[in-house]
Design a binder for this molecule. Structure first.
Ligand code: ZN
Length: 403
């Protein structure tokens, strides 16, 4: 008996079959573990979905759910229509209703995603965040949900967390999307620095300036910050922008222009992009001595009437204002608007993320000349005085004729 066992033991087939057996056990154990993990994720998602169902289904939806075999696609469409029409409250109600009735995990996931997006659009950021985090926990490679999660963090002022979400997005992105991801990273870094309670003002200033010089696409944000917290550094950076701009304008690709002309166009463009910030300064706040050799910057103050040296401004709007100052009693001023690079919508306020299409980047500054409010006020006083004079003349004439 013992010899028979030893015979099998020495047989090479015995060793191979033992090895195969071990491999089969390992494969089976791994399959079981994955199955258990998937089941656990599914259960967690089901429990999470249950926690959001409030059971407040409307009668119409209850009727539709009871008579239809597969009501989810139609109700999803209905909810999306309500959401697009602006009735997000009702859309949320429908999503919650179908979420309660659906048992299929994949369908639950799609409904949760739509529900999260609707919560986000309706401004319920905390609820949207909870939903997106739960989906990511189960399916971490969902790019759309990661995008929304980053925007939720951004809107809640949690910029560090937004940067973490951006890292996951970067791993899933194509090489051609890297530039916009880099821009987003610079913006979020800037917001982290700006809102940090632990960094000193000096450290913040240094980091923001180096970030601005490195990236070149957050100039407006950085200069806006410096104009409030560090005027000296602000003027240094404006001068830097005026001399060697990193902005590449389309015109600079024109081969007919010399290198100096191209640099001049770039720097003019760069200064015009921050015109609204420079326009706010009062005469006494401007270091004219430092700026006197920079025409594109000085043109702005010529247009404001601070500098009267009879030099023409290159930009039409600025020249029009300069001429009004020099040769007329009427006064003009500039109004500013901000145009999204992507969807071309125009807004009265600047923001780094478009409120309509959600694309990121500096908006184009749009400016136009209007009559100054001071000038309007003066002319209205004049007309009031004139009409008062006419009325008193009429009164005098009628009194005279009565006598
Ligand atoms: Zn846009």
């Amino acid at each position: 008996m013992f010899e028979q066992v030893m015979y099998f033991y020495h047989d090479p087939l015995f060793g191979a079959s033992i090895l195969l057996g071990i491999v089969a056990i390992l494969i089976f154990a791994d399959w079981g573990r994955n199955k258990y993990k998937a089941k656990k994720k599914e259960m967690a998602l089901q429990d999470f979905a249950k926690s959001y169902s409030d059971g407040s289904l409307s009668d119409e939806i209850i009727d539709f759910l009871s008579i239809s075999k597969n009501p989810t696609p139609s109700l999803m469409l209905l909810a999306k229509t309500y959401s697009l029409a602006g009735d997000r409250g009702y859309a949320i109600k429908i999503y919650l209703g179908i979420l309660e009735k659906t048992t299929n995990t994949q369908e639950k996931l799609i409904i949760l995603e739509s529900l999260g997006i609707t919560y986000f659009e309706a401004g319920f950021l905390q609820r949207a965040k909870e939903i997106f985090l739960e989906i990511i926990k189960a399916y971490p490679r969902n790019r759309q949900v990661l995008d929304y999660l980053m925007r939720v963090y951004e809107n809640m002022g949690e910029y560090e967390e937004a940067l973490d979400a951006l890292e996951s997005i970067e791993e899933l992105s194509q090489p051609k999307q890297r530039a916009s991801i880099e821009q987003m990273r610079s913006y979020l870094h800037f917001m982290v620095l700006k809102n940090s309670n632990f960094l000193s003002l000096e450290k913040k200033r240094k980091e923001i300036i180096s970030l601005m010089r490195y990236c070149g696409k957050i100039n407006r944000l950085a200069l806006e910050y410096l104009s409030v917290y560090d005027r000296e550094a602000f003027w240094i950076e404006v001068l830097e922008l005026g001399t060697q701009s990193s902005i590449k304008h389309d015109l600079s690709a024109n081969p007919a222009l010399t290198k100096n002309e191209q640099n001049s166009i770039d720097s003019n463009e760069a200064i015009l992009q921050v015109l609204d910030i420079l326009w706010r300064f009062g005469r006494e706040e401007i270091p004219f001595e430092k700026l006197k050799n920079h025409k594109s910057i000085m043109d702005i103050f010529r247009a404001k009437g601070y500098v009267k040296d009879n030099q023409e401004c290159e930009v039409f709007e600025l020249e029009a204002l300069r001429i009004l100052h020099a040769h007329s009693t009427q006064r003009g001023e500039l109004t500013f608007e901000y145009r999204c690079n992507h969807c071309k919508n125009i807004f009265p306020f600047d923001s780094y993320r478009c409120a309509v299409c959600a694309s990121i980047g500096q908006m184009d500054l749009v400016f136009r000349v209007v009559e100054s409010r001071q000038s309007q006020f003066a002319s209205s006083i004049d007309s009031m005085q004139n009409s008062a004079f006419i009325n008193s003349a009429k009164q005098f004439a009628s009194n005279f004729s009565a006598t």
